[in-house]
Write a protein that binds this ligand. Structure first.
Ligand SMILES: Cc1cc2nc3c(=O)[nH]c(=O)nc-3n(C[C@H](O)[C@H](O)[C@H](O)COP(=O)(O)OP(=O)(O)OC[C@H]3O[C@@H](n4cnc5c(N)ncnc54)[C@H](O)[C@@H]3O)c2cc1C
Length: 308
């Protein structure tokens, strides 16, 4: 195995990723690197042999890591990257800050980033996935994203560079997003907090928020999103075509399409990544057979299946 640089942060060999994902599945990463700070990350990436693959992860709320794990150095940002500051209508947050914390701190300062409150990911994942809900998307409020490239350089990106689409953006390959600057509309702090409380309540009523899931499993085949692009029309809901295919509540091993919301794939306790992905593929097949619609995964699946 190639020798790796010795960082100041924590580098762990053969680290299981199951406890780092919301679905609680996933085999080991060759290495897990938790950089101490941005300089540590830069030096590590600069000195890491170019042939070693790198996979940045957030808090794993949109990921199935397969049971055989990931042949890569997984980079997970922690405390050195979680600052949040509010100045006027501008909010700057480190990539490991949780969306919910950013929304709350912004609201304290009179800035409306309320849509982030109910998304359980981190800022890194929000930018990468153009996370959004209730008609607002990361693309609407992002002004600047700072990355460290695979070569260890710090680069600022604009929204144009990121080319946001429905649940997607163009981050350069293997780049690690380290911070993002948002600009939100002004709002009364009490009203913003009240709105967030209402949104949380609504979520709990309609989605299996207490179960282990990764949010929406499939992209909506066709709702309107506010990124304003022509290809961004998503009127037809994935849950509807899944219901029509009779797959609400379907199970495979410990995996289940949630009886509460049929586009949520849940780990009922002892699911493997193979159960979860296999059930998802079964749903795609049944939906295709019943409606001719090919569902596209929203959950990212990464890594290798387990080989016997
Ligand atoms: C109960 C529940 C509800 C959800 N509701 C919503 C919703 O309403 N709207 C919505 O959009 N999503 C929703 N999601 C999905 C998920 O929370 C979002 O996609 C979130 O943005 C993922 O962030 P994360 O930090 O968990 O990223 P991860 O899942 O860890 O990673 C997702 C992707 O982002 C990349 N990434 C993460 N951090 C970085 C970084 N620092 N640098 C470079 N790349 C990075 C990863 O490589 C990966 O490609 C929900 C999930 C759950 C479990």
């Amino acid at each position: 195995m190639t020798a790796l640089p010795s960082p100041r942060g924590k580098l762990t060999e053969n680290r299981n990723l199951n406890d780092l994902t919301w679905l609680r599945v996933g085999g080991p990463a060759d290495y897990l690197f938790q950089p101490a700070d941005i300089e540590d990350l830069q030096t590590f990436l600069r000195d890491l042999p170019t042939e070693v693959p790198v996979f940045p992860m957030g808090v794993g709320s949109n990921l199935i890591v397969r049971d055989g794990g990931l042949r890569a150095v997984v980079i997970r940002l922690g405390r050195g990257f979680n600052s949040i500051s509010v100045e006027g209508n501008t909010v700057t947050a480190g990539a490991s800050a949780l969306d919910a914390h950013v929304a709350r701190k912004a609201a304290d300062g009179g800035v409306d980033l309320t849509f982030l409150r109910t998304i359980p990911g981190s800022v890194g994942g929000a930018v990468r996935m153009n996370a959004g809900c209730y008609g607002s998307y990361t693309a609407d409020v992002l002004r600047k994203a700072t990355i460290v490239t695979r070569q260890g350089e710090v680069v600022d990106l604009t929204t144009e560079d990121l080319n946001f689409r429905y649940r997607q953006s163009d981050l350069p390959e293997s780049a690690v997003l380290v911070s993002a600057t948002f600009e939100g509309p002004s709002g009364d702090p009490d009203e913003l907090h009240a709105r967030m409380a209402a949104q949380l309540k609504k979520r709990d009523e309609t989605q299996p928020t207490k179960d282990r899931s990764a949010g929406s499993t499939f992209r909506n085949p066709a709702g309107f999103s506010s990124t304003g692009r022509e290809d961004d029309v998503h009127d037809l809901k994935a849950w509807k075509v899944i219901d029509d295919a009779g797959m609400r509540g379907a199970t495979r091993g410990g995996a289940q399409m949630s009886p509460k919301h049929s586009n949520f794939l849940i780990n009922t306790g002892d699911a493997s990544a193979a159960d979860l992905e296999g059930l998802g593929e079964e749903v795609r097949k049944k939906v295709y057979e019943t409606s001719g619609i090919t569902l596209e995964w929203e959950i990212m699946r990464v890594g290798d299946p387990l080989t016997e």
